[in-house]
Design a protein around this ligand. Structure first.
Ligand code: NFS
Ligand code: SF4
Length: 677
C-alpha cells in the first residue's frame, strides 16, 4: 500500500509552526503562485480583511477523524468516530466499521457532486424545451447551433430527416429529461450513446449502468442510511453508478449548452485580476450556469451607452469559476480568477457588481463586499446569501432581468471609493474555445477523416507521450495554483498533449500557459514539433497554446469524448488508451464524482489532495489498486507534484508500450488489438 499522506503536513499551517517561521500574515505570499492574488492578499492584510486563506489557517489543526473519513453523522446517535486502534472505538454505536463509514461518506460525496451537475444539466434541458415550445422569446434564448442539435439527435437515435429545428430541439430536450426520471430498466441514453461498446459491457456486468439520474442519487442516499448497506464494496459500486449518472448529466449539459449558446471555436482573450479595468463598470459573473451569465453579456453590450453617461468607458464583464470558463470559451469574455481568488476580485476596489448563480460561491464574498461598494447579486432560488441582493432570475424574462442587474452595477460604479482602488497589472493572453469540434478541426488539418488518429499516430510514433486532462478546483490545503502549474509544466516538458477544464484551466490561463505560441516555451521537443506541424498545416487565426482550454467542469465530458474517439481509432477499449487525468487541487464534491467516473471509464487519475478515505485500508486499496483490475482506471493519490508527474508519465508509458507490443503481435498473427480489459 502506498505511504499515507496528510495534506496539512504540506500546507502553510505546518510551515508556520516551524521554529523561526515568520508570523502568519507576512507569509501570505507563500499561499499562492498567482502574482495578482499575492498583491491582493497583502491588501487584505493592510485593510484587516479576513479571506479564505486566513480561515484555512484558523481551522488548523483539522479533525483527524474527519480527514480520515471515519466520522459518521448519518444518524442522530452520532457523531461516531471510529478508531480501530482504540478499544471500544473500533465500531460506531450501531456496529458500523471503519470501511463501512469511509465508503458511505465517499458515496454520499459522489451523490452531492452528481446532484450539482445534474441539476445544472436539467436546467439547461428545460430551457431548451421551453425555447422549442415557444414559451421563451427569441430575445432571451434560441437554438444557436442547429448543426450540433442534429448531430446529437442522430447520435441518440432520433429521426432528423425533414424535422424542423424547433421540433427536433423539443425531442432532444425531452430525451435528455427522460434520463432523469426513467422507471424502466434501460440505461441512460446520454451514457450508452457516448461510450465504447467495451465500457457498456463492463458497466452492465458490474451492474453500475444507471437507468435514471435522480433515481441513482436517491438510491445511494438510501443505500448509505443508518442500518442499510454495510458492505464497502457494494457501497462503492453504488457510488460508481451514481458517478456514471454524474457523467450523464454533465454530458447532456455540455451538449445542450452548445446547442443553445453555440459550440466554442478558438477565441482570444485574457486572464487574471488585471482584466478588471477601473475605466469601466466592472461586473463579475460567478458560478456555473451560462443561462444567466450569457444574458448578462448581452445586457452589458446593450447598456454600454448608459455606462458612458455615468462616466465609464462601457461595461466590462469578467468571469470567475466555471461560468467564467463558459463565457471565455464562447464569447472571449475575460477570466478574472479561479475559485480561490473570488474574494480578491472584490478587493481590487473596481468591481461594481458580482452576479452569482450556482455552486462554488463562498458566502464570504458578501462580507468582503461590505468593506467596498460592490453589489453582490444572488439569482437562484437555491442560492441565497444573507445581506446580498436577490434577484429572481427567470428564463422568460431573462434579458430584462439581466439589464436590471447591469443597471444596478452602473449605479454602484458611482459609489466607488478611489482610495480603495488596488488595480492589478497582472494578466495574460489566452487562446481558449477548444471544444472537441474545434480540436478535431485542428487535428483534421492533417487527416480530415480521422482527426483522433493524428493524436494516436503521434503517440505510437513517439512524437508525443500521450494525452492528459487537467481538471478540478483550488483547495486551500495547498499553495494556490502551485500543484496545477508544477504538474502541468512537468507533463508539457515531457511531451504530453494537455487539455484542461474548470479551475485547473483557470490556473493555466492566468499563468500564461494558454497564451498563443506558449507551447514553444513550455513544450518538450516532441510536443513542440507536433504542435508546430498542426499550426503549419492550416491557417491559424491565433497561435496555439501549450494547454488547450476545453471549458468548464461539465465539459470534462469533452475530454471523455476525446478518449472515446482515440479508443475507436486504436480499436481498443479506453483502458488501453494513453490518456491520464489529474485534479491537483480537488476540493468540491463534484470533483469526487468526476474522479470516480473518470476512473470507471478506464483512466489513471491523479488527485493531489488526499480524499477522506485514509481511515480504511480497504477503501483506499479499492480506489488505488482493485479499481485497476476491474475498470483499468485507478486513483493515483499523491500530494507531491514531482512524484505525481513521474507516476502520470509512467502510466502513459505503460499504455504506449503495451499498445506497441500488441500492435506487433496483431500484425504478426492477424489478431485483434482488443484482448484484455
Ligand atoms: Ni469544478 Fe467549476 Fe472550480 Fe472546482 Fe468549483 S468552479 S465546476 S467545482 S472549484 S473546478
Ligand atoms: Fe453512529 Fe451508526 Fe449512527 Fe453512524 S449510523 S452515527 S456509526 S450509530
Amino acid at each position: 500500500m502506498s505511504p499515507r499522506h496528510r495534506n496539512t503536513s504540506l500546507g502553510f499551517a505546518a510551515t508556520a509552526k516551524q521554529p523561526g517561521a515568520k508570523p502568519r500574515r507576512d507569509a501570505d505570499a507563500r499561499r499562492t503562485q498567482d502574482p495578482a492574488a499575492c498583491e491582493l492578499l497583502e491588501e487584505a492584510q493592510a485593510r484587516g480583511i479576513t479571506t479564505a486563506f486566513d480561515r484555512f489557517i484558523a481551522q488548523q489543526p483539522q479533525c483527524g477523524f474527519g480527514l480520515d473519513g471515519v466520522c459518521c453523522r448519518v444518524c442522530l446517535q452520532g457523531p461516531c468516530r471510529i478508531n480501530p486502534r482504540k478499544a471500544g472505538m473500533e465500531k460506531g454505536i450501531c456496529g458500523a466499521q471503519d470501511y463501512t463509514v469511509v465508503a458511505r461518506n465517499l458515496a454520499r460525496a459522489i451523490a452531492g457532486g452528481t446532484a450539482c451537475h445534474s441539476d445544472h444539466g436539467r436546467h439547461i434541458a428545460k430551457v431548451l424545451l421551453h425555447v422549442a415550445e415557444g414559451e421563451i422569446g427569441e430575445e432571451n434564448y434560441r437554438v444557436s447551433d442547429p448543426e450540433k442539435l442534429r448531430r446529437i439527435a442522430t447520435r441518440i437515435g432520433l429521426e432528423t430527416e425533414g424535422v424542423a429545428v424547433a421540433d427536433l430541439a423539443r425531442r432532444v430536450a425531452l430525451a435528455a429529461l427522460a434520463d432523469y426520471g426513467r422507471h424502466t430498466d434501460e440505461t441512460c441514453t446520454w451514457l450508452t450513446t457516448t461510450i465504447t461498446p467495451g465500457r457498456q459491457t463492463k458497466f452492465k456486468h458490474c451492474a453500475i449502468a444507471p437507468t435514471a439520474i435522480d433515481r441513482s442519487i436517491t438510491d445511494i442516499i438510501t443505500q448509505t442510511a443508518m442500518g442499510m448497506d454495510a458492505d464497502p464494496v457494494n457501497i462503492i459500486f453504488g457510488g460508481l453508478k451514481t458517478a456514471l449518472s454524474d457523467y450523464t448529466g454533465m454530458h447532456l449539459s455540455t451538449d445542450l449548452s452548445d446547442v443553445l449558446f453555440g459550440t466554442p471555436t478558438p477565441v482570444l482573450s485574457q486572464a487574471n485580476l488585471g482584466v478588471i479595468d477601473p475605466a469601466y463598470v466592472n461586473i463579475a459573473t460567478h458560478g456555473h450556469n451560462p443561462t444567466l451569465s450569457s444574458l448578462v453579456v448581452d445586457a452589458a453590450q446593450e447598456l454600454a451607452g448608459e455606462a458612458r453617461q455615468a462616466g465609464a468607458k462601457g461595461v466590462n464583464v469578467v468571469g470567475i469559476c466555471c461560468t467564467g470558463n463558459e463565457l471565455l470559451m464562447r464569447d472571449g469574455v475575460y477570466l478574472a480568477s479561479n475559485v480561490a481568488g473570488q474574494e480578491l476580485a472584490i478587493m481590487t476596489g473596481a468591481l461594481d457588481a458580482m452576479i452569482v448563480d450556482i455552486q462554488c460561491i463562498m458566502p464570504s464574498v458578501r462580507a468582503v463586499a461590505e468593506c467596498y461598494h460592490t453589489a453582490v447579486i444572488a439569482t437562484n432560488p437555491l442560492v441565497k446569501i444573507p445581506g446580498a441582493h436577490h434577484v429572481d432570475f427567470r428564463e422568460e424574462t431573462a434579458l430584462a432581468t439581466a439589464k436590471e442587474m447591469v443597471r444596478l452595477a452602473i449605479r454602484s460604479y458611482g459609489k466607488r471609493d478611489p482610495a480603495k482602488l488596488r488595480v492589478s497589472e497582472h494578466k495574460q493572453d489566452v487562446v481558449a474555445g477548444w471544444s472537441l469540434e474545434a480540436l478535431f478541426e485542428l487535428l483534421g488539418r492533417i487527416d480530415a477523416d480521422h482527426p483522433a488518429r493524428v493524436l494516436t499516430d503521434a503517440i505510437l510514433e513517439g512524437e508525443i507521450r500521450g494525452v492528459a486532462l487537467f481538471a478540478g478546483c483550488n483547495n486551500l490545503k495547498v499553495n494556490h495554483d502551485q500543484s496545477h502549474l508544477a504538474i502541468l509544466k512537468g507533463l508539457l516538458a515531457n511531451d504530453v498533449f494537455v487539455v484542461a477544464t474548470g479551475c485547473s484551466a483557470g490556473a493555466a490561463a492566468k499563468a500564461g500557459l494558454m497564451a498563443p505560441g506558449s507551447y514553444e516555451e513550455y513544450g518538450g521537443e516532441g510536443l513542440k514539433k507536433f504542435l508546430a506541424r498542426l499550426s503549419q498545416a492550416g491557417a491559424t487565426r491565433h497561435g496555439l497554446p501549450a494547454v488547450f482550454h476545453l471549458g468548464s467542469c461539465v465539459d470534462n465530458t469533452r475530454a471523455a469524448d476525446l478518449w472515446t474517439a482515440m479508443a475507436r481509432e486504436l480499436d481498443v477499449d479506453v483502458p488501453k488508451v494513453p490518456f491520464v487525468a489529474s485534479a491537483p487541487e480537488a476540493m468540491h464534491e463534484k470533483a469526487v464524482s468526476i474522479g470516480s467516473w473518470v476512473v470507471a471509464m478506464g483512466i489513471p487519475t491523479h488527485v493531489g489532495i488526499m480524499p477522506q478515505i485514509e481511515g480504511s485500508e480497504l477503501v483506499y486499496g479499492v480506489g488505488t489498486q482493485i479499481a485497476h483490475d476491474v475498470y483499468g482506471g485507478y486513483f493515483i493519490l499523491d500530494p507531491n507534484p514531482t512524484t505525481a508527474v513521474e507516476r502520470l508519465l509512467d502510466a502513459l508509458e505503460y499504455r504506449v508500450w503495451k499498445l506497441r507490443v500488441h500492435r506487433k503481435a496483431a500484425d504478426r498473427f492477424g489478431a485483434a488489438l482488443t484482448a484484455g480489459y
